[in-house]
Design a protein around this ligand. Structure first.
Ligand code: F6P
Length: 375
């Protein structure tokens, strides 16, 4: 393999806290340990296609580790192997423009890519690897739905945000004897709702993995009333669905590879409950993008930083077409071919995602302390 002297970083998919820690780890290791040059493409693969980048030196990454989002900006729409060109009638033609990206890399002398993203972004990383470009992937998601790694950055900060929000929402729930419905993200998996809900003392948690019945939620509220608890917190995962029902689709994003966006089921549950309950007001809060933003937790800074450092080490060791991941407390790696394209890394969680086990220890613990899943 050609000697690597210059690397390009890409951040694709939805943003989350910890991305800047990864950029920090990659850039400092590349410069301090290996004397490499580093650039960051702006707005994910869009930047690679348009040759829009910024030089990353030690000054550029100084003081960014804790900051949320990505200094490089992100996009979850630009698949260069199937790039959308809008036609006059509003529909799209899809073309493979990956050769333009390879030419841009040659022009700038970029020898390798480190790509940080979920399934869509890492599937393209795999495809660049197949084209002969040295590539290392770094997995990213707040949803915790990646089977290939025990943890990733972003999830822990989101859980802290959800827990803090539930603590605050408790105040109004208690003071006004209200039923407070709180919707959280997670796509088709319920990890954020489950772990955030337990830590935030939810009374009911609705998960995609455990279809609910509205009557069971009402039973729980009545039961609390009987025990002198005249309020309740109900955490609803955006992918939750009723028994014999479907998920609530918020939006179809036309030019996105994974085009389904969930959301709004919390509002539906709120209106259904208000129709069935006359001794409490029912209120709805959607935590939405608050869960993706803000200062990264200590955990996410550490795991992000370590992923970044190990991605460079792996690349300089001759690795390509691999993704770094965490098993136990150790960072190891796995071929991209084994983990992408099935929706298993985060952006598209239809296929082999890591789901909550309805009979697992965490659900058991929640039930043991009286939390209802509406089942
Ligand atoms: O995968 C991360 C995530 O925040 C999901 O939890 C959520 O469903 C989705 O992204 C939202 O995507 P968008 O930013 O396109 O609305």
């Amino acid at each position: 393999m050609k000697q690597i002297k210059k690397i390009g970083i890409i951040t694709g998919g939805g943003d989350c806290s910890g991305l800047n820690a990864v950029i920090n780890g990659i850039t400092k290791t590349a410069i301090n340990t290996y004397g490499l040059e580093v650039i960051g493409y702006r707005r994910g693969y869009f930047g690679l296609y348009h040759n829009d980048f910024q030089v990353l030196d030690l000054k550029a990454v100084s003081g960014i580790m804790h900051e949320g989002g990505t200094i490089l900006k992100a996009s979850n729409k630009d698949n260069l192997f199937s790039y959308p060109f809008e036609k006059e009638d509003g529909s799209y033609d899809y073309k493979d423009v990956s050769d333009v990206a390879v030419e841009n890399m040659k022009k700038e002398g970029v020898d390798a890519l480190i790509v940080i993203g979920g399934d869509g972004t890492l599937t393209s990383a795999r495809d660049f690897h197949r084209k002969g470009i040295p590539v290392i992937g770094v997995p990213k998601t707040i949803d915790n739905d990646l089977p290939a790694t025990d943890v990733t950055f972003g999830y822990n900060t989101s859980l802290e945000t959800i827990t803090d929000a539930l603590d605050k929402i408790h105040t109004t729930a208690y003071s006004h004897d209200r039923i407070m419905v709180v919707e959280v993200m997670g796509r088709n998996t319920g990890w954020l709702a489950l772990e955030g809900g337990i830590a935030g003392s939810a009374d009911v948690i609705l998960l995609p993995e455990i279809p609910y019945s509205i009557d069971k939620i009402v039973d729980k509220i009545r039961d609390r009333d009987r025990h002198g608890k005249s309020f309740a917190i109900i955490v609803v995962s955006e992918g939750a669905k009723p028994k014999d029902g479907e998920v609530h689709v918020r939006e179809i994003v036309k030019d996105s590879a994974d085009n389904i966006r969930l959301g709004g089921i919390g509002d539906v549950v709120t209106r259904q409950l208000q129709a069935l309950i006359d001794n409490h007001e029912v209120r709805y809060t959607n935590l939405a993008y608050i869960q993706r933003g803000g200062i990264a937790s200590q955990f996410d800074r550490m795991i992000g930083l370590r992923f970044g450092v190990e991605a460079v080490e792996l690349l300089m060791d001759g690795g390509t077409g691999q993704m770094v991941r965490c098993r136990g407390r150790e960072i190891s790696y796995v071929p991209l071919e084994e983990v992408v394209g099935s929706g298993s890394t985060g952006e598209t969680s239809h296929g082999g995602a890591k789901y909550v086990d309805p009979k697992g220890q965490m659900v058991k613990a929640a039930k043991a302390i009286g939390i209802s899943f509406g089942d």
